[in-house]
Design a protein around this ligand. Structure first.
Ligand code: NDP
Ligand code: 8X3
Length: 255
């Protein structure tokens, strides 16, 4: 992992943020993007203070904007072009509504970010991996990409799409040394629910009520683990639940 280049999308918060620290600990150089550049600047300063020997390059990017994705990734400084590990993490849910009562804007935001944004980034990065004959793509899917739950409709559809894209990409790269992995968590306490409920913190807190949810660090730990297996070992997918969760909808709450 030492001096590998790891590109993490959506590093300004939650799983992406924790993953930056986890790879920094292993001595990897970090390419980090998100829309909130102020957060990334703060993260970069903290990482540098703790891990002075690694190189970090941050940039502002909305993965929904195909032209911006192409522009920023095709004009990266020379020393940042050889990406060893891509962590396609940028994503979000918006709303928890019956389909017929859902918001068109919420649907478009989820599909544009979770599906199209992931595709745009992947298409920019994978050709270089193919040319070099090495690389690892780690997509952050979800249990929502394996099971639909009530009112999860479009978010679940977007994560089912991530599952299909991961499987398809793995098939398309099977004749190369490139690995493709999906990390599929259940409940992880991040800003995810606050974003889902458009900033309603009370509603967001209810999601993690009386259970010990996973932390972003738990997921980061799994991401570094899959990335650090020997080159011939490809972890295809990993579903990770808190111990109090048994499926998308079965969660044991003590009150
Ligand atoms: P957070 O809300 O804490 O983090 C989401 C990250 O994605 C932020 O850094 C955000 O940055 C970034 N992001 C969102 N939209 C865009 C965009 N258009 N362009 C670039 N970056 C974007 O949530 P999590 O850390 O929990 O979520 C990370 C991933 O994990 C998501 O794909 C989510 O679906 C998945 N996941 C989360 C689970 C959970 O329970 N928390 C469970 C299963 C999967 P910014 O706003 O600055 O752009
Ligand atoms: C996030 C997990 O169950 O809230 O993808 O959809 S869930």
């Amino acid at each position: 992992m030492q001096k590998s280049t790891v590109f993490i999308t959506g590093a300004s918060s939650g799983i992406g943020y924790a993953t930056a620290f986890a790879f920094a600990k292993e001595g990897a150089d970090l390419l980090l993007c998100a829309r909130r550049i102020d957060r990334l600047e703060e993260l970069k300063a903290q990482l540098h203070a703790q891990y002075p020997d690694i190189d970090i390059h941050i940039f502002q990017l909305d993965v929904r904007d195909q032209k911006a994705v192409h522009q920023s990734l095709s004009t990266l400084p020379e020393e940042w072009r050889m990406i060893d590990i891509l962590v396609n993490n940028a994503g979000l849910s918006r709303g928890l509504d019956k389909l017929h009562e859902g918001s068109l804007q919420d649907w478009e935001e989820m599909i544009d970010t979770n599906v199209k944004g992931l595709l745009y980034v992947t298409q920019e990065i994978v050709p270089g991996m193919v040319t070099r004959g090495s690389g690892h793509i780690i997509n952050i899917g979800s249990i929502a990409g394996h099971e639909v739950y009530p009112k999860g409709n479009v978010y679940c559809a977007s994560k089912f799409a991530v599952d299909a894209i991961t499987k398809g990409l793995r098939m398309d790269l099977v004749d190369t040394p490139i690995r493709v992995t999906s990390i599929d968590p259940g409940l992880v306490e991040t800003e995810f629910s606050s974003v889902r409920f458009h900033g309603d913190e009370e509603k967001a807190a209810q999601v993690y009520r009386t259970i010990k949810a996973l932390t972003a660090e738990d997921i980061a730990d799994a991401i570094v683990w899959v990335a650090s297996r020997p080159a011939h070992v490809q972890i295809a997918e990993m579903i990770i639940f808190p111990t109090a969760q048994a499926s998308a909808a079965v969660v044991h709450r003590t009150a």
